[in-house]
Design a protein around this ligand. Sequence first.
Ligand code: ATP
Ligand code: MG
Length: 433
Amino acid sequence: MKLSTAYIPVLKETPSEAQIVSHQLMLRAGLIRQLGAGMYTWLPLGLKVLQNISNVIRREMDAAGSQEILMSTLQPAELWQKSGRYESYGKEMLRFKDRHEREMLYGPTNEEVVTDLFHQTVKSYKALPQLWYQIQWKFRDEIRPRFGVMRGREFLMKDGYSFDLDYERARKTYETMFTTYLRIFKALGVNAVPVKADSGPIGGDLTHEFHILADTGESALYYDAAFEDIDPATLTLAQAQSLYAMADEMHIPENCPVPPERLKTRRGIEVGHIFYFATKYSEKLEAVVTGEDGQPVTTHMGAYGIGVSRLVGAIIEASHDKDGIIWPAAVAPFQIGLVNLKATDAQCTKVADELYASLTAQGITVLYDDKDDRVGAKLATMDLLGLPWQVLVGQKSLENGQIELKNRKTGEKSFVPLSNATAEIQHLLNLKL
Ligand code: ATP
Ligand code: MG
């Protein structure tokens, strides 16, 4: 994509309505525009990041045996009347009537719909377990939408659901999802800490939230310092259960077994939440199958959420510097930012054009700044956009038959011979730095 024709409306000034750095950077880098309270339009760069995150999630969910479906954003009230949540869900639910005066809602979550789907389509224990997920927009009329996409009213969520024959099997599925979540966050290039969450009226110990540590996080986390010595990507459910790590509402100082000198507290952004439901929904909405002995068995369910649009903000909170965003390779909207430092020079333009063509031909995604602008402004824009690698084509280095490569994260620069440029760039991308 050439920057001269790309739709990337960057802002020079920091928008005053944005309180936290990720929101400021998302507006400044032209990822989103606000439409109304908690509602956003995703512009090309922002949408690419959203799609990249979704695809990492898809890959890992598929590998874990979950199958993708897509449910309607609109739901009939009737199913929620059956589960008993139509009254209790409260004002966060957007309710309306269709032309036939039927009560409808915009889905804030999908347990009712998915359990009813199971009820209608799965009849035998032989089909179990079933794991389904979707990546779909949700609407919650949050009392205080804020921090940009971090707490929106409309937001993109990956929501997964599982159906098992009994508690033991459901626990195994939960364990698989727990490690799948750790793999997802690692693949996205962020560190997400699993903490025990409040299981509410269902009880039990099978519910975890996954948090990205950031000072702007809305939750307080309390954990044993020993937790810091563990690479989250190697954590298992058993380890996580044995170490103290709690989301705020779960931490009761009087009951905390960790001595004060070892108790750490940090703020976190909740990017994922997994629960075991037992038969809460499967009883009311009849997710029942015929068991091996011919008798009906009520299935044990779990639900697994990831805040896909929230992750865009959370990743930026965790990965930026004073100059702008620093995208982890897996989610970056383009792999390479190619900059023609002197668009009025015929040689620079020829070399940059050719590099753009050869990189693109190799399937590398390139944002090519072909604009005639001040060098300082061009470099500042590339830093702001945060692509992992910059390829700079300028008069001086070309005199030596070279181009310059810059790593956005480390700031490290190197010169490579022009003749070898495409292969060298390919090599760097394969290293996944
Ligand atoms: P929170 O405590 O932040 O309000 P929640 O516990 O109500 O979130 P869940 O029902 O667990 O949220 O939803 C699954 C995931 O969806 C959350 O872990 C979070 O990442 C994301 N999410 C929830 N509400 C919002 C929102 N208003 N805007 C963006 N993402 C959200
Ligand atoms: Mg939650």
